[in-house]
Ligand binder design. Structure first.
Ligand code: HEM
Length: 226
């Protein structure tokens, strides 16, 4: 039987994830009203929304390994919420970029084709669109097992987001490399799952946590689902 605090956590995980996911946006809106967006607000917003998108994608990918290692299955609903927030920031990021380019479509197409970091950024965006669109329970029901296959694309999108960050940085590579290390760790933590070894499963069974039955293949529920 789940402990009292786990039952409470299961009730609050989704609102907490929404609040956490929207903090960067709240800070940007506050900055817009208080003149806190720096000398070049467009570039400031582009960088902050890009950073928030990548950070939330990493948080999304951390939910399943964390659940497996702790047996805390009440964490699962955070995946969809954090994933949708990540997609929100990617859309704000792309929109700010389009505003920055003055919606000069010919130049934007050239930029996407010719600048590798923009090419991989755009590809990551294109990969996230179907994940966001199919994030509803209806799509999960309709697609069945194909849904999980489709939502494994979140790994590629996150990897391209990290590459985008590494390629765009001119000097200080520390932040992009920290993201690359976190991404590599989150992928590595999934390898036991592929090999059928579940360190968290025994722990979950021992603690009698709700849903300690392994959710595989639901493990890769994308960041953008319930
Ligand atoms: C939709 C296509 C995308 C375009 C056109 C784009 C474009 C850009 C541009 C122009 C910058 C600022 C470069 C600079 O001022 O030096 C940037 C930064 C960034 N973008 Fe993107 N991006 C795209 C998609 C993405 C996606 C999908 C992610 C994450 C998943 C992402 C994450 C980032 C990050 C982390 C930064 C650096 C932020 C920082 O330095 O704090 N971008 N992007």
């Amino acid at each position: 039987m789940a402990s009292a605090w786990q039952a409470k956590a299961a009730r609050w995980i989704r609102p907490a994830a929404w609040l956490g996911g929207l903090v960067p946006l709240i800070l940007l809106v506050a900055g817009a009203f208080t003149g806190g967006l720096g000398a070049d607000p467009i570039e400031y917003v582009t960088l902050r929304t890009g950073f928030a998108a990548l950070l939330l994608l990493m948080c999304t990918l951390a939910v399943s390994p964390l659940r497996r290692l702790t047996g805390w299955n009440w964490l699962a609903p955070a995946r969809r919420t954090l994933g949708l927030c990540a997609f929100l920031y990617v859309c704000l990021h792309l929109s700010t970029y389009l505003v920055d380019q003055g919606f000069a479509w010919t130049y934007i197409v050239e930029d996407v084709v010719e600048r590798p970091y923009v090419t991989v950024g755009f590809t990551a965006f294109l990969l996230l669109v179907p994940l966001a669109v199919t994030s509803t329970k209806g799509w999960i029901r309709r697609m069945g097992k194909r849904w999980q296959k489709l939502h494994r694309m979140v790994y590629l999108a996150a990897g391209l987001g990290v590459l985008h960050f590494i390629w765009l940085v001119k000097s200080d590579l520390r932040e992009p490399l920290i993201f690359a290390a976190v991404f590599a760790l989150l992928m590595a933590l999934r390898i036991p799952a592929l090999a059928g070894r579940r360190p968290g499963r025994a722990a979950a069974a021992r603690r009698g946590a709700p849903g300690s039955r392994d959710e595989r293949p639901g493990e890769t529920r994308p960041a953008t689902t319930a």
